[in-house]
Design a protein around this ligand. Structure first.
Ligand code: GLY
Length: 405
């Protein structure tokens, strides 16, 4: 063999030994290169010169649906762009995230629904976390004040929806609280840390405890809506609004509960919340109707024509929550492996869009509201948000594991 070929072979061998080959991190890297290209395309679609509106989903006519600051999903796209900044350190994402976030400022005054938590935490919450810029801080506290106006000490919970407007007015409810509301508590914990005012924290734990008491069945699945009597705090109805039936386990509701109690444990260190999160995770992961790829049907108990439609958004929320839960739980290895498997499925061609398609959303196949016939088998911005958060959390866990080795 010629000297030159021997030299090449030796270099190749040394290269292989020293290269940082991590199959797991490849999943983060490949998803991130896809997200960079796909979301740059999404940013080009924003009307930067008009009133900025954030992309939510694809309408039946194929056009992107953009929403105003009042929409409950308006914070997810800015949140996606903050995660892109966090994962890349590239100022391009920061500049865009700031502009999108500022377009939501008026949402801090929303008092007519509970979603101010989702909207402000995903946008301003990430903005302040990543920049520590004081201009973002006040908005978070103002929004927490708005959310607390919906709290009743008789009920011990924050009211989710008003009952004098829209389809909610037709349900006969007095004080509806939905499991999704657990997600809004993160804003309150955040506000207490930023202000040293413990009143937000107290509202959050009261809400979490009331929900723990009334929303769950003995198998740790949850009802979607608990309707309380606002003057006595007694439970009037245990219902659903977005699930298949009152007694069924609506997939995204289970995901919100898992994420919510994992987050409550992070914020309080209360072992009851950790136990609840573990039990919900076991309900989801051990369910007889969970498909092999672990992307759930839109409702675990759905029947009929649409029973087998998947909900990628639930899978992404569960995936992100499991990564966090894995850092707290004695069963952490199991939960992390399950999160990895969900991430692998979401990254496959079955759920992740081809580059440049899907109106530049990352994931396909979510279900918004089957009973209201809205966003059935569509991309939705919150699926993308929790996918990116899952990637971020996975990369952190990996980095810790590699640091320890
Ligand atoms: N209401 C929030 C959701 O559709 O999950």
């Amino acid at each position: 063999m010629k000297l030159k070929s021997i030299f090449l072979l030796i270099s190749l061998f040394i290269g292989l030994l020293s290269c940082d080959y991590r199959p797991e991190s490849d999943l983060v890297k490949t998803n991130m290169s896809f997200a960079k290209a796909q979301l740059r395309g999404q940013l080009l679609k924003i009307d930067w010169n008009g009133k900025i509106r954030n992309p939510r989903t694809i309408l039946d006519n194929g056009e992107t649906k953009f929403v105003s600051y009042q929409d409950w999903t308006s914070g997810f796209f800015p949140g996606c762009i903050w995660y892109m900044y966090e994962m890349t350190g590239d100022k391009f994402w920061k500049d865009n995230a700031e502009k999108l976030t500022k377009s939501l400022e008026a949402a801090k005054d929303i008092t007519w629904h509970h979603d101010v938590g989702f909207i402000i935490n995903c946008s301003y919450g990430n903005a302040y976390r990543l920049t520590q810029n004081p201009k973002f801080k006040k908005v978070i506290i103002d929004a927490a004040n708005s959310l607390c106006t919906r709290y009743s000490s008789e009920v011990g919970a924050i009211q989710s929806w008003n009952v004098d407007r829209g389809w909610q007015a037709e349900q006969g409810w007095d004080y509806p609280v939905i499991i999704d509301n657990m997600m809004n508590l993160e804003l309150l914990f955040y506000a207490t840390r930023l202000s040293n005012d413990s009143s937000y924290y107290k509202v959050a734990i009261n809400h979490a405890n009331t929900t723990l008491k009334n929303h769950f069945r003995s198998d740790f699945s949850s009802f979607h809506v608990i309707d309380y009597d606002k003057s006595t705090g007694k439970v009037r109805h245990k219902h659903t609004a977005q699930g298949y039936a009152h007694e069924s386990a609506w997939a995204r509701g289970q995901a919100w509960g898992l994420y919510g109690y994992t987050m409550c444990y992070r914020e309080t260190g209360d072992g009851n919340y950790l136990k609840q999160a573990e039990a919900i995770a076991n309900f989801i992961l051990g369910h007889r109707n969970l498909p092999k790829d672990r992307i759930p049907y839109w409702d675990f108990d759905a029947k009929g024509k649409y029973a087998t439609l998947r909900d990628a958004s639930s899978a992404a929320i569960v995936c992100s929550a499991l990564y966090e839960l894995s850092t707290f739980s004695e069963n952490g290895d199991y939960f992390r492996k399950m999160a990895d498997q969900i991430l692998l499925s979401l990254s496959s061609a079955k759920y992740r869009a081809p580059l440049g398609e899907n109106n530049n959303f990352l994931l396909m196949h979510s279900v918004g509201s089957m009973p209201r016939k809205k966003e059935i088998d569509k991309p939705i911005n919150y699926a993308d948000y929790y996918l990116l958060e899952a990637l971020y959390r996975k990369s952190n866990i990996q980095d810790e594991a590699y640091k320890m080795n």
